[in-house]
Design a binder for this molecule. Sequence first.
Ligand code: GRE
Ligand code: ZN
Length: 327
Amino acid sequence: MQGKIALEEHFAIAETAGDSMGYFPEPVRTEVRARNADIHGRRLALMDEYGIEMMLLSLNAPAVQAIVDKARAQEVARIANDWLAEQVAKRPDRFQGLAALAMQDAEGAARELERCVTQLGFRGALVNGFSQSADADAVLYYDAPQYRPFWATVERLDVPFYLHPRNPLPRDAHIYDGHPWLLGPIWAFGQETAVHALRLMASGLFDAHPRLQIILGHLGENLPYAMWRIDNANAWIPNRNKWPAKKRIGEYFSANFYLTTSGNFRTQALINAMLEIGTDRIMFSVDWPFENIDHGANWFDACPIGENDRIKIGRTNARRLFKLGSD
Ligand code: GRE
Ligand code: ZN
């Protein structure tokens, strides 16, 4: 398919280039580092070759979220966003931006998002899971009350928020002791991100801000497969669990979430996601440079779904959500 849009596509700046490299032994590490640093060379050539008209670009992970010094986290986010704006300005027909945000400071993050959207023309934000903070060794999840004004800003600006994976901190990762292979993209990224998304759904955030739209990668971090059981297990025994939100968890999933195909190029998983959340809420992505454009595009272009669905998932859903034009 020509004209695809891909939206979980990363780059790195000098300050973040070393992040996550532990997952890539040589010689792939050198290759991924080079991919991360490139925008207009090989990346653009591969986009041409595999029918990707546009990438929405975002900083790599965990980057800003793992910087415990609040002021430094804000500085790195700003450096990355300014650099990204310069790259987008060179080829706005092929690249658009998603903002990095130092969520360590909810108010500052809202201000930076507003700057990125209104002054730099960015289309939304991509944040790498919880943020670390030096205060009391905290891990900050965004269902916490101090983030409500931030979410009000996201809703007012009418831009989507991509909740991208990161690993749990070592102190919270004992289940993986002796099995480090389970960390990162193999399992822990998805587990961590799915729980964060469920926290948002249960918190009442989407009752207060019903127009918020959260994007999850990797075909929903396994949530489409789990959604029925979550609500059913909570429904058949009265008063088993209580949460602040007014509706069933699945209702928020269907109304406030979009999924992308990043790094999960599997027809069976796509069809499950289509049945659970619907074709209007799934969008093509690769997860370059950590996954491969040829793997994602070759699978997607040939996977056995209807052509109307391919066009929606490959292009028009993203055009609508990110206000990229109506065709
Ligand atoms: C990512 O998407 O950010 C990522 C990493 C490291 C390994 C795989 C991966 O940061 O998808
Ligand atoms: Zn990614």
